[in-house]
Design a protein around this ligand. Structure first.
Ligand code: NAD
Ligand code: UGA
Length: 435
């Protein structure tokens, strides 16, 4: 078991830091955000992520997990350093490596004994070499260290389960010693026979982008098939089930919707294309997946416009679901943003509700009317648009919904409402591929 510092205590850093302490390691999670660290030191989890509080509390109590603002000291005491800071999209669609390189500089300056430096942030293929150059530049005492790439595959909303029971762990290493250190970090998983894929740094970096891009591609594909179902009267739910029952395809990521969002697929697909461009390699499939995703958002807007016979001006529309998917408060690149801004542009008034993401969305769109429950949001509305597949919306009483609205018009972009009930209650409705 190892002494670990995780630099960057966001969605990935906090979950993986807590997870690695659960595996028996001693972990210190650090961040430049003092408020975040203060909250964590007081037992408050700054994000909504199911089961995370229990995981954090359990490991803080057993003294294997702590939080600090003193990054330099934490680096000095660690045997393994994980970099988990953000790599957001820059204005050209590349990954912005500012935070990663800041951390690399600090690591270089703070090295005091042999350590394994491991990147968990998603960084473009070839970044490992840049990080090593940065560390070397500031490692003036030439302290021995090894660099590794350990991409993270957790999903928001299921992050704890994904981290504690991953399908595989990818370890891009350049020395046997570094691999042995990381195998020790993940010893619990190794004993449980989780595949540890040991490869080169570049291959590990590539695996991460290839995985995210493939999943994005799968979603855009099913969205296009659903759109065709709309036109020809086929049922996408049955198509997806039948497709997914073919073991070569798998049923996962075959749910059509308003287009993928989140902090990763949109930025990682663009970053992969940019890396490929630099090497004169075409990525036509990924390019198409991005275009399809943008079109899907426009298509959802035109669906609601059609349901309201082209008259959106001065209509009041309830948007249910603001997070980019269920079980998270994250609204980064959420399809709801495009929907709300599109409706506002056409003159509609918006009432919005999300079980946990109202506050996150207020920071992006402060001007709309936020409600504390779906009943208040839909009251006297001309139409409802469901944007996120929260269970709370799946279980909505459609009779109550109809009674509260001024007109029973619903766009279900997640295909979660019961078609037979909608028909029986004489709703005017649309969805994605289930006419
Ligand atoms: P995030 O924005 O939630 O967290 C990043 C954290 O890093 C913030 O708390 C920020 O204050 C901190 N930070 C920034 N600069 C710092 C510095 N110099 N020193 C210390 N801390 C610093 O980001 P995230 O969603 O956790 O993503 C982190 C990385 O992991 C990204 O590269 C992302 O692509 C990747 N990733 C994310 C997910 C996910 O589900 N969110 C999954 C897999 C991989
Ligand atoms: C995704 C990947 O699934 C993770 O493996 C990866 O680690 C992470 O990106 C990352 O690199 O950050 P995440 O973005 O948290 O995880 O969530 P997903 O469940 O993948 O959903 C992404 C988007 O696709 C959401 O908007 C979701 O609603 C949409 N989606 C997903 C669909 O429209 N249909 C589906 O069938 C699945």
């Amino acid at each position: 078991m190892k002494n670990i510092v995780v630099i960057g205590t966001g969605y990935v850093g906090l979950v993986s830091g807590a997870g690695m302490s659960d595996f028996g390691n001693n972990v210190c999670c650090v961040d430049v955000d003092k408020d975040k660290i203060d909250s964590l030191q007081n037992g408050i989890i700054p994000i909504y992520e199911p089961n995370l509080k229990e995981l954090v509390d359990r490991n803080v109590k057993s003294k294997r997990l702590k939080f600090s603002i003193n990054i330099e000291d934490a680096i000095k005491s660690a045997e393994v350093i994980f970099i988990a800071v953000g790599t957001p999209e820059d204005k050209n669609g590349n990954a912005d490596l500012t935070y990663v390189l800041q951390v690399a500089e600090l690591i270089g300056k703070s090295l005091n004994s042999y350590k394994v430096v491991c990147t968990k942030s998603t960084v473009p293929i070839g970044t490992g070499k840049r990080i090593i150059d940065f560390i070397n530049k500031y490692n003036t005492n030439n302290i021995d260290y090894d660099y590794c790439s350990n991409p993270e595959f957790l999903r928001e909303g299921k992050a704890v389960a994904d981290f504690l029971r991953p399908d595989r762990v990818v370890l891009g290493t350049s020395s046997k010693k570094a691999y042995d250190y990381l195998r020790d970090v993940y010893r619990t998983l190794y004993i449980n026979k989780t595949p540890l894929i040991n490869t080169t740094i570049e291959t590990a970096e590539m695996i991460k982008y290839a995985s995210n891009a493939f999943l994005a591609l799968k979603i855009s594909y099913i969205n296009e098939v659903a759109n065709l179902c709309d036109e020809i009267g086929a049922d996408i739910a049955m198509v997806s089930d039948a497709l997914g029952s073919d073991g070569r395809i798998s049923p996962k990521f075959l749910h059509p919707g308003p287009g993928f969002g989140g902090s990763c697929f949109p930025k990682d697909t663009k970053a992969l294309i940019n890396v490929a461009k630099k090497h004169n390699v075409s990525m036509n499939t990924i390019d198409a997946a991005i275009k399809t995703n943008n079109n899907q958002r426009i298509r959802m807007l035109s669906k609601i416009e059609k349901l309201l016979e082209g008259k959106l001006n001065k209509r009041t529309i309830a948007v249910l679901g603001l997070a980019f998917k269920q079980e998270t408060d994250d609204v980064r690149e959420s399809a709801s943003i495009d929907m709300i801004l599109g409706l506002i542009k056409k003159g509609a008034n918006i009432k919005a509700y999300d079980p946990v993401a109202n506050d996150s969305m207020k920071k992006i769109i402060p001007t709309i009317d936020y409600k504390l429950n779906w009943q208040d949001a839909v009251k006297d509305c001309d139409a409802v648009v469901i944007m996120t597949e929260w269970n709370e919306f799946r279980g909505m009483d459609l009779y109550e919904l109809k009674k509260l609205m001024s007109k029973p018009i619903v766009l279900d972009t997640r295909n979660i409402l019961n078609l037979a009930e909608l028909k029986e209650l004489e709703f005017t409705f649309d969805n994605v591929g289930r006419k």
